[in-house]
Design a protein around this ligand. Structure first.
Ligand code: 5GP
Length: 178
């Protein structure tokens, strides 16, 4: 692996495909154990999590469901500022064991605004699995129950994550050269 270019920026290798898949197998093992006999509903947040969600889901051996949603933010009418809504969430969450699948938690803003909306539907439980987390960037603390990797506060691409639309199909994760 060496330095790559995406659009106008250079990125250096950070996590190999093998490191990612080994970590995902471990996470899947933990989930299988914790949710045995429960038939959880995984909710993957598009676009960034599509590869992670697919690879994680393939490793699970328990009975489980998965759906994919997209978050859209628009300006609220009152002082609330941005409002985040889920597009494509057509499953009733009442009484379900829900596992949110996110690619990366950065400031935590997205999930901190979105999770209360899901909790409103009264799932039996709600946990978060995230491939990446930037602890130093935290503004809104989010409890990440299953974490792939804690990473430095650097912009990353690959494995589903893009830089301005490109880079999602790179099999490894690269970080910005500054
Ligand atoms: P948060 O709301 O936690 O600040 O941001 C979460 C979202 O920002 C992620 O789901 C992702 O779409 C985007 N994001 C945050 N950091 C990065 C990064 O380093 N690379 C890419 N490609 N997207 C990021």
């Amino acid at each position: 692996m060496s330095i790559i270019r995406v659009h106008d920026k250079q990125f250096e290798p950070y996590l190999t495909a093998n490191e990612i898949s080994a970590r995902i197998k471990t996470l899947a093992g933990q989930l299988d154990k914790d949710y045995a006999g429960k038939r959880p509903l995984f909710i993957a947040i598009l676009n960034g999590s599509f590869i992670f969600a697919a690879d994680l889901f393939k490793e699970l051996t328990m009975e489980a469901e998965i759906c994919f949603i997209k978050l859209a933010s628009y300006k609220g009418t009152k002082s609330s500022g941005q409002v985040i809504t889920a597009i494509g969430l057509d499953t009733d969450l009442f009484g379900r064991d829900v596992v949110i699948v996110e690619d990366i938690v950065d400031t935590g803003k997205t999930l901190s605004e979105f999770l209360p909306q899901l909790k409103h539907q009264q799932p039996a439980s709600m946990k978060i699995v995230a491939l990446l987390h930037k602890p130093e960037a935290t503004v809104f603390p989010i409890p990440i129950d299953y974490l792939g990797f804690a990473i430095p506060n650097k912009f990353v691409v690959g494995y589903g994550l893009d830089y301005d639309g490109l880079g999602r199909n790179i099999r490894e994760i690269y970080k910005l050269v500054e």
